[in-house]
Design a protein around this ligand. Structure first.
Ligand code: SF4
Length: 365
């Protein structure tokens, strides 16, 4: 059996909890983080992990750990990271200290994804973020000084007090710092979050679309390539997220840590979000054994997110027994309307297609 080439690790701790957040996260306490890392180490050892291509450590906030625990985490991962060509860690600007960056360098982390969300003070305060734009600048410059220049920043569109002009300011600020990758996500208001309880509403479709277009037009002029629904990378061939491209290619991956998801063999699984259970070694909470039809659905849903992958008509037929030519009238219509393009037996989404991806997927599955 081929073993997965990617590993996701979840570190759920944060110093401060943001008002919109629906991720698996916990207030950081050292006394919880110590046994957590022990449990994580045991969980990793349960899998027969071979040579990896990509590792992604997300959260929560991995850099929320104290320096000694952060080093312990990097030591735990070290045996798996040898040979991986992309090793990413998520960070928040205020906790990305010089001492942590030295550790990133020492243990071979070569990509950092920073949760910026906005560079405007009022917006950041409104969502209970701990950092300001000065922290962002300091963190990015320090990373670059230490030779880690493969940097992503996350932005959220539609936050309280934000506007199109503030978004342009964010893009001005961030591109002037020489970052190579930007992820922009539409704010979703999840039940039980502070913003939900405050009655804050998501933007309507047209308003959100205008913000996406603003980002896309701005970044296109700066030589960024919109290669996935929410992701733009410098058009230099080396700034795309290899780890995420593996997800979108419907490739298998190990997922370890509280609430992490993984995909191995025919099984997609999700770990518990209960810390007590996790610490007792009761890692996996849900398992879904995939049928051929499920795998086909995932393939369509994931591959069409990214215009670097494409749906190969021949390989879909061989893998899933589905002949996309049976749906050719629908596909042709989507091509004529400018939502898909066909190139040498492969189908790719256009920017317009990515904006209505859910509708396209429904037509193809
Ligand atoms: S730092 Fe990230 S994971 Fe932590 S609360 Fe904020 S958004 Fe959620």
């Amino acid at each position: 059996m081929n073993r997965p080439h990617s590993l996701y690790i979840h570190i759920p701790f944060c110093h401060k909890l943001c008002d919109y957040c629906d991720f698996t996260k916990l207030q950081y306490f050292r006394k919880f983080a110590i046994p957590y890392l022990d449990a994580l180490e045991k969980e990793l050892k349960q899998y027969d992990i071979g040579m990896l291509q990509t590792i992604y450590v997300g959260g929560g906030t991995p850099t929320a750990l104290d320096d000694d625990l952060f080093e312990k985490l990097l030591k735990i991962i070290h045996r798996y990271s040898i040979g991986a060509y992309e090793y990413t860690i998520e960070a928040n600007p205020e906790s990305l200290s010089e001492s942590k960056i030295k550790l990133l360098k020492k243990y071979g982390v070569n990509r950092v994804s920073i949760g910026v969300q906005s560079t405007d003070e009022k917006v950041l305060k409104a969502i209970n973020r701990e950092h300001n734009y000065e922290d962002v600048k300091t963190a990015i410059r320090l990373l670059q000084q230490y030779g880690i220049d493969n940097i992503n920043v996350d932005l959220i569109l539609g936050l309280p007090h934000s506007s199109k002009s503030l978004l342009i300011k964010d893009l001005d600020n961030l591109t002037s710092l020489g970052i190579r990758h930007i992820s922009c996500y539409a704010l979703t208001i999840h039940p039980h979050t502070v913003l939900y309880n405050q009655g804050y509403k998501e933007l309507e479709g047209d308003e959100m679309r205008e913000l996406y277009d603003t980002v896309n037009n701005y970044l296109a002029k700066k030589d960024f390539d919109h290669y996935e629904v929410s992701n733009w990378a410098k058009n230099d061939g080396v700034s795309y997220s290899a780890h995420n491209i593996n997800y979108w290619a419907n490739m298998e991956y190990y997922g370890c840590g509280l609430g992490a998801a993984g995909y191995i063999g025919d099984v997609r699984y999700k770990n518990t979000i209960n810390l007590d259970k996790y610490l007792k070694g009761e890692y996996v909470e849900e398992k879904e054994t995939l049928t051929i039809k499920d795998k086909y659905t995932y393939e369509i849903m994931l591959r069409l997110r990214c215009n670097k992958l494409g749906l190969n008509i021949q390989s879909i037929k061989e893998k899933y027994g589905v002949n996309l030519y049976d749906k050719w009238e629908t596909i042709k219509e989507l091509i004529n309307e400018g939502y898909l393009v066909q190139h040498q037996g492969e189908i790719y989404p256009t920017y317009e297609g990515m904006m209505i991806l859910d509708q396209i997927i429904l037509k193809l599955i």
